[in-house]
Design a protein around this ligand. Structure first.
Ligand SMILES: Cc1cc2nc3c(=O)[nH]c(=O)nc-3n(C[C@H](O)[C@H](O)[C@H](O)COP(=O)(O)OP(=O)(O)OC[C@H]3O[C@@H](n4cnc5c(N)ncnc54)[C@H](O)[C@@H]3O)c2cc1C
Length: 374
């Protein structure tokens, strides 16, 4: 049996680990559990109204959102992990009309959008009682995913499939017949290596002579523990950085920040709290009824590329070194699908670039040799 090591047990790495064919591969996941974006995030799966012009990115995000139907079934995700809660979009009235038109157009290739409806001021408040009466656009197919709960669930599935987990920081060395990975004081040999380490990918691939176009970005979310009956509340996407994400147990998340200069810092800050609460106050009926609730922070580091698009695929061109990163702010939407695509490619031994090219630019746009290794 061939050995596969996955460095990085975030949303890509863990989805990949469970979808690999365990009759063909012996799988190990290594993670140092620091700064992970997935467990800090609680996300909105609703990419259809994005105005980004990158068509490959949109196709990936659209197919990533559609993939949730299969994911929920394959992995038996319950509503504490993923819920098709619907999305409310809050914007000035004129903008909502344009967005409703865009949604109808996008529905032609993405029926998962579901029902698209402009809500009156009163209907909006009835749908999400924390809000002031205001017009909104309701997209019934939108959903929310709790990144941390997703990973815990997948770890249980993976353990049943004999996937091994090692906690520690990995360093890679190339060998003539494969890879040697040093973690803690252990050395592990692997035939195939998958590096799904978020922004940590740069440091991991540097000793192999690769330069990676990726940078870290700090994200902070506020988590309020409330006694509200949030069971059927949709997610609300506000203009700017504030999204309101209610979970069935009364937890309400507010986020997230996009801090480009904070690099790897993971400290919760008062500035983030002020920025996020100020961003949402105008939309709420009684801001204090939320802001006075017990508060905690979730902080993580996202990975960004210069063109804001993710990259994934076979770096080696030989089916021995795979990489995926750069998911930015939409990784909960695209990450599971990327993990699945890589697993499919490994399971079927179809590693050539065309397997991924409809969703991603060539790897060489993001990963280049910095030194001549010959
Ligand atoms: C606050 C916040 C809110 C967000 N909200 C949303 C949202 O609403 N919708 C959405 O779609 N996306 C959202 N995102 C983005 C999304 O969470 C990320 O894009 C996605 O989780 C990235 O997944 P990943 O698997 O690539 O990386 P990660 O989840 O970061 O996993 C990478 C893993 O690699 C490990 N690692 C790195 N280097 C090493 C090493 N040398 N050795 C061992 N392990 C290593 C790290 O510990 C980490 O666990 C949000 C992100 C944040 C931070």
């Amino acid at each position: 049996m061939k050995k596969i090591t996955i460095i990085g047990g975030g949303i890509i790495g863990m989805t990949l680990a469970v979808y690999l064919d365990h009759t063909q591969y012996e799988v190990t996941v290594i993670d140092h559990l620091t700064g992970q974006a997935t467990s800090a995030s609680a996300g909105i799966i609703s990419p259809w109204l994005s105005k980004r012009r990158n068509k490959k990115w949109y196709r990936l995000a659209q197919d990533g959102a559609a993939f949730f139907g299969k994911l929920v079934q394959d992995l038996a995700l319950d509503q504490t992990i993923y819920a098709p809660s619907g999305t409310l979009i809050l914007r000035p009235e004129g903008e909502l009309l344009n967005l409703a038109e865009l949604a109808e157009t996008r529905k032609e290739t993405a029926p998962e959008i579901g029902t698209i409806r402009l809500l009156t001021r009163l209907e909006t408040k009835q749908a999400l009682p924390l809000l002031k009466p205001q017009p909104s656009l309701s997209i019934s197919g939108g959903g929310r995913l709790d990144g941390r709960a997703y990973l815990l669930h997948l770890k249980k599935i993976a353990q049943k499939k004999n996937v091994k987990f090692i906690e520690g920081s990995a360093v890679i060395q190339q060998q003539s017949d494969g890879w040697q990975i040093k973690v803690n004081e252990q050395r592990i040999f692997s035939d195939i290596l998958c590096v799904t380490a978020g922004p940590g990918i740069e440091q991991l691939l540097a000793p192999l002579g690769y330069q990676v176009d990726v940078r870290p970005q700090k994200g902070q979310l506020l988590s309020f523990a409330t006694p509200f009956h949030t069971d059927n509340w949709p997610v609300a996407m506000l203009a700017g950085e504030g999204d309101l994400i209610p979970f069935a147990d009364g937890t309400i998340l507010l986020g997230a920040t996009h801090e480009n200069n904070a690099k790897w810092d993971l400290t919760p800050t008062e500035e983030a709290k002020l920025q996020l609460t100020a961003g949402i106050s105008d939309f709420l009926q009684d801001p204090n009824s939320l802001f006075s609730m017990p508060l905690s922070y979730r902080v993580g580091t996202r990975a960004y590329t210069s063109d804001f698009a993710p990259f994934f695929g076979d770096v080696s061109g030989q089916g021995t070194l795979f990489a995926a990163s750069g998911l930015g702010s939409s990784g909960l939407t695209t990450g599971p699908f990327i993990g699945y695509l890589i697993a499919q490619s490994l399971n079927s031994h179809m590693h050539h670039a065309s397997h991924f090219s409809q969703y991603s630019k060539p790897m060489t746009d993001y990963i280049t040799h910095s030194v001549d290794l010959t």
